[in-house]
Design a protein around this ligand. Structure first.
Ligand SMILES: C[S@@+](CC[C@H](N)C(=O)[O-])C[C@H]1O[C@@H](n2cnc3c(N)ncnc32)[C@H](O)[C@@H]1O
Length: 192
């Protein structure tokens, strides 16, 4: 399974033209470009990365693809998600994607850490509209990766009243990435 492609496949049907979406780890822009295409000219993607150089590269790719006008490019820590997302968008997010870890072929010391990724995931989950979807792709092979994935797993355990949750990994590979897909239950809106 190609987990990054699988994450996109799993969210595509839940994004409509005009929607608000979040790429919380923009990196090389693979998910940002996908989301920008999915939301159409009247939608918006918040694309966040802690590395200014990554955001600059994503901007270049979006400009080339003529999609830059529908993306709010944000340099900073996704733990500060609330400071990037406009108040009127904070309860109507259709999709938020997290691709944790470090950017391949880049500085591996700049890596997501549970201290900020878990608060960011929690905040993003509160911003989803009923039917909105969240994906989290975690890698366990680098320092801190296993602890981060375990923390995500623990957190998801307590969410099943508000979210439908699915999880995939390659059970034949002990270092397999883990992909979670979570959809806010329509009936959970009163419980927020
Ligand atoms: C696995 S890469 C994401 C790949 C990306 N989805 C793509 O399509 O190329 C993880 C990214 O998370 C970013 N990152 C690490 N810590 C972060 C933080 N606290 N807030 C926002 N981004 C962070 C890294 O700079 C890196 O670009």
């Amino acid at each position: 399974m190609h987990f990054t492609v699988e994450a996109q496949t799993r969210v595509r049907d839940w994004i409509a033209p005009g929607d608000i979406t979040i790429d919380a780890t923009a990196g090389n822009g693979f998910d940002t470009l996908f989301l920008a295409d999915a939301v159409g000219p009247n939608g918006l993607v918040y694309a966040i990365d802690i590395q200014p150089a990554a955001i600059e590269r994503v901007k270049g790719k979006l400009t080339e693809a003529n999609l830059v006008d529908r993306v709010a490019l944000c340099v900073g820590d996704h733990a500060e998600l609330e400071s990037f997302v406009k108040p009127e968008h904070r309860i109507r997010v259709a999709c938020a994607m997290f691709n944790l870890g470090y950017l391949p072929l880049s500085d591996k010391s700049i890596v997501t850490r549970v201290e900020s990724s878990l608060p960011a995931i929690r905040t993003a989950s509160t911003m989803l509209r009923p039917g909105g979807v969240l994906t989290i792709l975690a890698y366990v092979g680098h320092d801190g990766g296993r602890a981060e994935a375990d923390a995500v797993a623990d957190w998801t355990t307590g969410q099943s009243d508000q979210f439908e949750i699915e999880r995939w990994n390659d059970s034949s590979n002990p270092n397999s990435p883990i992909l979670w897909w979570m959809q806010r239950r329509k009936s959970s809106v009163d419980a927020i």
